[in-house]
Design a protein around this ligand. Structure first.
Ligand SMILES: Nc1ncnc2c1ncn2[C@@H]1O[C@H](COP(=O)(O)OP(=O)(O)O)[C@@H](O)[C@H]1O
Ligand SMILES: [Mg+2]
Length: 577
């Protein structure tokens, strides 16, 4: 399997539910990829921002709780502790005074007791200011009562010691002060426990909030990770579904189809009817269809071209036959006159000989005999002259006809051949009442094909007669031949007819181009002229015309046709115009 999505035959409930979910989320698929990325990760970022705000509140609460424990509970505990210490200092100092007095040692000054007493009172005042809760207040009220009684007894104790009444002082200490002292310590202890319990609650609360905050951080991180994974999964899945397979595979298939490998197999899921790979597969099939249709059309086209080419060949040969027919008609017409004259002269001789026999039988004068013989001689001479003329004509026609059929190459005088050709055109010319002027330089010797040259000139003159002179009063055609340089001659056929329209001039040599379709035109005449001139005679042909002022066709021909001629065919379509 070439990296494509595996064709998955499994169709279970899970996947159909998945499909339903995907259908419900189809709006998501229709979003652009950048928008999907933006929305997906935007949601993750929004979630993280929300969570960090919640975290901020939680941390604030945690720090409040910690501050409460530190600022409210801890100073109270510390103050209770301070009072307890000072109380201990006072108690120890009083006991020391009595012990030293008993051993007759000098009594230390009582300043220490007073200082400790002062510190105790200050701490007690701060504690009263801090402890506002009812339980603390109740205990503090009791402590204040004990404290004032204790303070009064202490004053008494100091006075008795000052008066050196040590027995009374000991009595006061043992009976009264000790009792207050114990009460004082007990109450302070109670207060201490109360505050200790409060501290414990506060620290438990801090602990709980801390644990809650930690849980929140962990779950927020987990949710963010899951959400990013989900977004990534959805994006990857939707991109893969749009492509119909792995991107690499899709690119490879696209490259192969672009390279014309239409037979390549495109692997995709069975239910895939919208992905890029699916569309590329469809494109591949459409291209195969198109290619087949194209091949078929090509074959048909080739067949049609073959048919057309065959039809053209037929038309070309019938055009040649028509030209031959025209020439035969010309020959017949030209021979008609000398043979008619000869016939007339022969019948004159026959009449004269009949008359002579009669006269000889009847008797004839010398003068009459001489007249008869003169008449017969004149007639015989007429016959002779006309028969010569006919023989001349026949020999030149024979030359043209033989050349035309066999395309023999030979040396000839160009002016002679042109005159002979023009002779065969006489009947058509006189029928159209058209004057033909031939100007051919003498002494131009050609080594070429006079037959095909005749066919070209015949076609050109017939074109002028057919196309040039409709509605023209004084139709004229000029045929001019002259040497161009040592190796070439130029033959120009010119008329004073209607000319060729500029938009037609580039097409006149194309096969089947005619402006007289169905009225005597086949569109092959100039095409044949072109082929003969270039392929047989080795020259060039060029038509120029200014509409209304006539048409000129100029041939430039080598005096000696090069030996290596291109294939003598009429298929050459390179028009050297
Ligand atoms: N001498 C001319 N005067 C005017 N138009 C001409 C002349 N010779 C050729 N043409 C134009 O060239 C076209 C092509 O000539 P051609 O190939 O001989 O075909 P066709 O003579 O059968 O029409 C003619 O139909 C005509 O329009
Ligand atoms: Mg023609």
């Amino acid at each position: 399997m070439d990296g494509a999505a595996v064709v998955n035959g499994r169709r279970n409930k899970g996947s159909s539910r998945g499909n339903r979910v995907l259908k419900a989320l189809s709006w998501w698929r229709h979003l652009r990829l950048a928008h999907r990325l933006g929305l997906g990760y935007g949601a993750v970022i929004a979630l993280l921002i929300g969570l960090s705000m919640v975290m901020e509140f939680r941390l604030q609460a945690l720090s409040d709780t910690t501050a409460d424990a530190l600022q409210r509970q801890y100073p109270k505990t510390a103050l209770v502790h301070e009072i307890t210490i000072e109380l201990g200092v006072v108690a120890r100092a009083m006991r020391n005074v009595l012990i030293l007095a008993e051993q007759d040692a000098p009594v230390p000054p009582l300043d220490e007791i007073e200082a400790a007493q002062r510190r105790m009172e200050q701490a007690l005042n701060r504690l009263v200011a801090l402890a506002q809760d009812p339980e603390s207040r109740a205990l503090l009220d009791k402590i204040l009562t004990v404290h004032s009684a204790y303070a009064v007894n202490q004053e008494d104790f100091k006075r008795l010691v000052g008066a050196q009444r040590m027995g009374a002082a000991r009595n006061l200490l043992v009976v009264d002060i000790n009792g207050y002292q114990e009460d004082y310590f007990r109450l302070l202890d109670q207060l201490n426990r109360l505050h200790g319990a409060r501290m414990l609650v506060a620290s438990q609360e801090v602990e709980a909030r801390h644990a809650g905050a930690r849980r929140l951080v962990y779950s927020a991180a987990a949710v963010a990770v899951l959400l990013s994974l989900g977004v990534t999964w959805m994006l990857t899945r939707s991109v893969l579904r749009s492509l119909g397979g792995e991107p690499d595979y899709a690119a490879r298939i696209a490259r192969r189809i672009a390279a014309g490998e239409l037979g390549c197999r495109v692997e995709r899921r069975a239910d895939d009817d919208y992905s890029l790979l699916h569309d590329m597969d469809q494109m591949r099939l459409t291209l195969i269809d198109r290619e087949q249709a194209l091949q078929q059309a090509n074959a048909e086209l080739r067949h049609t071209v073959d048919q057309l080419s065959a039809a053209k060949d037929e038309l070309v040969s019938s055009e040649k036959l028509a030209a031959l027919g025209a020439m035969v008609a010309g020959v017949a017409h030209e021979l008609n006159t000398p043979i008619g004259n000869s016939l007339l002269a022969a019948s004159t001789v026959s009449d004269a000989s009949e008359r002579l026999r009669h006269c000889v039988e009847q008797g004839i004068t010398r003068k009459a005999l001489s007249d008869q013989l003169d008449e017969m001689a004149a007639a015989a001479e007429l016959v002779q002259r006309n028969l010569h003329r006919a023989a001349d004509l026949i020999s030149s026609f024979k030359q043209v006809a033989v050349d035309r059929q066999s395309s023999q190459r030979r040396q000839f005088q160009l002016d002679q051949v042109i005159h002979e050709i023009c002779l065969t055109l006489q009947p058509s010319l006189s029928k159209a009442k058209c004057q033909l002027d031939v100007t051919a330089a003498t002494g131009l010797v050609m080594d070429s094909f006079p037959g095909p040259l005749g066919q070209v000139l015949t076609n050109l003159v017939q074109n002028a007669l057919l196309h040039g002179f409709e509605g023209r009063a004084d139709p004229r055609i000029w045929v001019e031949a002259q040497g161009l340089d040592a190796g070439h001659v130029q033959i120009v056929v010119r008329d004073n007819g209607v000319g060729v329209l500029p938009e037609h001039q580039g097409r006149v040599f194309d096969p089947f181009f005619t402006t007289r379709m169905g009225r005597g035109g086949s569109g092959l005449g100039l095409h044949i002229c072109f082929n003969i001139t270039t392929a047989v005679l080795g020259g060039k042909i060029r038509l120029t015309s200014s509409p209304g002022a006539g048409t000129t066709v100029a041939l430039v021909l080598p005096r000696r046709v090069p030996d290596l001629q291109p294939q003598r065919s009429e298929e050459t379509d390179e028009h050297a115009r």
